[in-house]
Design a protein around this ligand. Sequence first.
Ligand code: GLA
Length: 380
Amino acid sequence: MLPEIRQQFQQYLGKEHEIAAAPGRVNLIGEHTDYNQGFVLPGAIDKKIFIALAVSTNNRLNMRAIQYGEIFSYGLDEIRPVKGWPTYLLGMIHMLMPEKRLPYGLDLVVAGEIPVGAGMSSSAALCSAFGLALNERFQLGLTRMAIALAGQKTEQQFAGLQCGIMDQFASLHGKAGHLIKLDCRSLQFEYIPFDFTDHRIVLVNTMVSHQLASSEYNLRRQQCEGGVFRLQQFYPEIKSLRDVTQAQLLAHQEQMDPTDFMRCRFIVEENKRLLDGCVFLKEKNLEAFGRLMYASHWGLSRDYQVSCPESDFLVEEIAKIPGVKGARQMGGGFGGCIIALIKTDRVDACISILQEKYQNQFLKTPDCYIMSISEGAQML
Ligand code: GLA
């Protein structure tokens, strides 16, 4: 944690405070599969959100975000959805506290390193950090999975995004040097080492904020559910797209709504890519893994239609640069970052080529981040 942040916490809260930290995430492959009860392959990153909390003197919930210079204050009975970032904190109180309220007021200070709107899950990190802090302060005895599920419900009910469990799960279960293969139906998971020294994970930010994407996101979810509903008429045993094979889908293309069909095709293929991808990773075959990343991107772009011209441009251009194994748009879509696997000794060259091309095309320079896969949320 940066010494400035510690100093600011000290300045606003005084001596007696505790600090929780929770990371954002990357996802190597398996996009939009979580709410279809499929698999995902995230890892926690070395960019975090920090929340410091102390007992308040006015018996209210007072929140300050250093990054935005904003302060909000709520009465203990004012726990309901609001606009902006405080809704995540109010949501976690609603989901986790026994009486859906705090027994006494708290002062909270939030500081963040995760770029907002870049598809690195800053909101999930906020929920995870606060959930952990509440669990600790009020001795709630919750598992990390219970906190993750509360974060997901908060996103759904307090922020209106009908998200899956990937982001909150990854923020709470991250392990340094490991990706996590999560089965979003059973919630069983497996750590897969990602300890390549000759390759790095690099994020390239389109600088297009995905803030407005939630209505399209929710629509994708409905379209997938529409596809499942139709397929169940032929295969009653199907519960989600997780259960659908490519052959079953193709056999009923004519009877399906064409848009729903494209959405379902992407999900069925993406799930398969993830399963194959995990095998390639264990075999240390990054060439093959990288090819799956490109395939994932073009599926997201053409079938799932959650990409944007900026992401497509970056993936198209990066594919031409020597030393790049694979790349694709990451997260919910409509901007945010692309994630790329690049040979370590080519990272700097690759970033400068890409930044120049992007600058020429879109008149802005993409921020680039070289990631390391880190530990999940913790009390400091
Ligand atoms: C967002 C959601 C996740 C997941 C991804 C797409 O990050 O919060 O649950 O659906 O989009 O894979």
